[in-house]
Design a protein around this ligand. Sequence first.
Ligand code: GDP
Ligand code: ZN
Length: 458
Amino acid sequence: MLSDTIAAVSTAVGEGGIAIIRVSGPDAVAEVGRLMRSRTPLPEAASHTVQYGHIVDPQGGEVMEEVLVTVMRAPRSFTMEDVVEISTHGGVISVRRVMDLLLQQRIRLAEPGEFTKRAFLNGRIDLSQAEAVMDLIRSKSDRAFSVALKQVGGSLSQQIAALRQTLLETLAHIEVNIDYPEHDVEALTAEYIKTRCTEVTEGIDRLLKSAQQGKILREGITTAIVGRPNVGKSSLLNALARENKAIVTDIPGTTRDVIEEYVTINHIPLRLLDTAGIRETMDLVEQIGVERSKAAFGEADLVLLVLNASEPLHDDELELMEQIRGRQALVILNKMDLPSALDRAELTRRFGEEAIVPMSVLQEQGLDKLEEAISSLFLGGKLESGDLTYVSNVRHIALLKKARQSLRDAYDAAEQLIPIDMIQIDVRLAWEQLGEIVGDTAADSLLDQIFSQFCLGK
Ligand code: GDP
Ligand code: ZN
């Protein structure tokens, strides 16, 4: 399968300054070379150089497109194969003319993700790194991008490798003692296994703890702003949006049917619904009443309950408080610029001091406090520790949990002095489960499924 040569358009489809067609495989240089008219013939071009020239139809000699062609020879390329990247003018027609010609040569259309899959199969990156490439493309915030970029660089792979190394040593140790099964050795081995299992479990727990943070960074915190009419919900939303410019979704020229909007607070993306959606969420109480608002909260990771501090609590608000009990919530005491009429002690009793944020949106006071409260609620306030590896992939999380369970089983078995060769099975299982994260012990069907989620040309 890897002996053939593939091609795909690697830039977004549509009109642009340039488009890039990527060709990878053993015939890439020769086949593109046959179509290319340039001062230096492509097969003679040095690796990692750019050639200017024209793509010419070998039948009839018609000039099809004016191009810049980059040659990257194996193994110093993304796929570790010979790669040729053709930069064409960024129109639909120019791309099609060149692609049509390429596919008439000994080149076939790449499947989605096939370039990345080749990079994996050729050993350039492991599976978690390949998945991070996809996360990179889909990132919705700078922070999420940085996290993915680190994972592409192999930060998760290294930690998994270290944990697996410990397990491998444990397995070797067990192996030796199975060969010399004196009883006292067995007891010592059980102690050894327990220590090593605990060590690896702690490592796994650290990674799992980062998972929730990873999810937040990747997907954003879905936030519902609720409260009675006129407490200042719309004003708050506008203030948040003004201070923290929304990113990514509002690129001119992209489709406008986006239903999400992102606001970034202390590097944390908040996922707010778009204008129509926001209005609906914000005027929830007005529109559908307290009774039905519960369902709408359901989806939210964070509820911001806005109260008017200049008025006593209303029955509707007591009911809202009941509904958000047990949820991640902050209570915003708005309109603090007016004389206060709220029983703050009662609120503190219900929610705790740290969940209450006094503000005056009108006078632009307290916004920083709100931002602090949100980051400490979701990230324990210590997001700035930039060297943390965030696990953000559901598949990785599931495997980490499985491995932790296997180690728990091994630990329990060692505690009960169950025969060592039985314990060995669980330790080996944990080693395999961690291996599946980096693709070391992953089945072909899994690989197909993962790579098919990529976009074409990646
Ligand atoms: P919503 O119905 O909850 O969305 O409330 P709005 O955001 O539309 O605000 C209702 C009214 O309260 C508007 O006239 C705002 O100017 C006013 N308001 C909002 N925040 C404050 C505040 O902090 N202090 C005062 N005094 N008025 C505010
Ligand atoms: Zn409103």
